[in-house]
Design a protein around this ligand. Structure first.
Ligand code: URA
Length: 209
């Protein structure tokens, strides 16, 4: 699929399989999600720019690469996006953080916004939009529209699991935004859940039902 990177490293696949199991409790689910986000984060940040700076090791002077350019912005789609955000912040502690609050109307499955707070200078920074589930694509499409309206131009979308329907809808709306995911599952069910999936990501992370 064009503009989609499936991060199918054996460690990612193994951890995701444990997350899928219905008997995996919230504490373990959160830990696995945090660990997987480190691995996904490694791939989604692969093209970050570096510049050499002169340093001294105990043995010699050298030009050593450091991250350069404007700081990265991580934008979490509440609430499940925070599960990915934790690991991404472990990886890149200097990243700036924004939040988009969206819930799915259970009848229409459309995204309804209830919160929006992002750093003011999105235009010249790489932005990674985070939501574990790309299901119908409605939330991701709406969040990407909102952050584009707020100035974001270099956006990537990072999720744990995606459905073919969600990828198609997202790409139709945002062909310029590459998608990174650990797996593409079979389909959506009638309630807009990914099958076989992991269930409701927010409920699995926070132990709500
Ligand atoms: N959101 C979830 O949390 N899970 C799904 O399967 C689909 C959307």
């Amino acid at each position: 699929m064009e503009n989609v990177t499936v991060v199918d490293h054996p460690l990612v696949r193994h951890k995701l399989s444990h997350m899928r199991k219905k008997e995996t409790d919230s504490a373990r689910f959160r830990l696995l999600l945090r660990e997987i986000s480190l691995l996904l984060g490694y791939e989604v940040t692969r093209d970050l720019k570096t510049e050499d700076r002169t340093i001294e090791t105990p043995l010699a002077e050298m030009g050593a690469p450091f991250l350069s350019g404007r700081e990265l912005v991580l934008i979490s789609i509440l609430r499940a996006g925070n599960g990915l955000l934790e690991g991404m912040l472990d990886l890149i502690p200097s990243a700036q953080v924004g939040h988009v609050g969206l819930y799915r109307d259970p009848d229409t499955l459309m995204a309804v916004e209830y919160y929006f707070k992002v750093p003011g200078n999105l235009g010249d920074r790489p932005v990674i939009l985070l939501d574990p589930m790309l299901a119908t694509g409605n939330s991701a499409v709406a969040a990407a529209e909102r952050i584009k309206a707020a100035g974001a131009r270099q956006i990537k979308f990072l999720c744990l699991l995606s459905a073919p329907e969600g990828i198609e809808a997202f790409h139709a709306a945002h062909p310029d935004v590459p998608v990174f995911t650990a797996a593409i599952d079979e389909r959506l069910n009638d309630h807009g859940y990914i099958v076989p999936g992991i269930g409701d990501a927010g409920d699995r992370i926070y132990g709500t039902q």
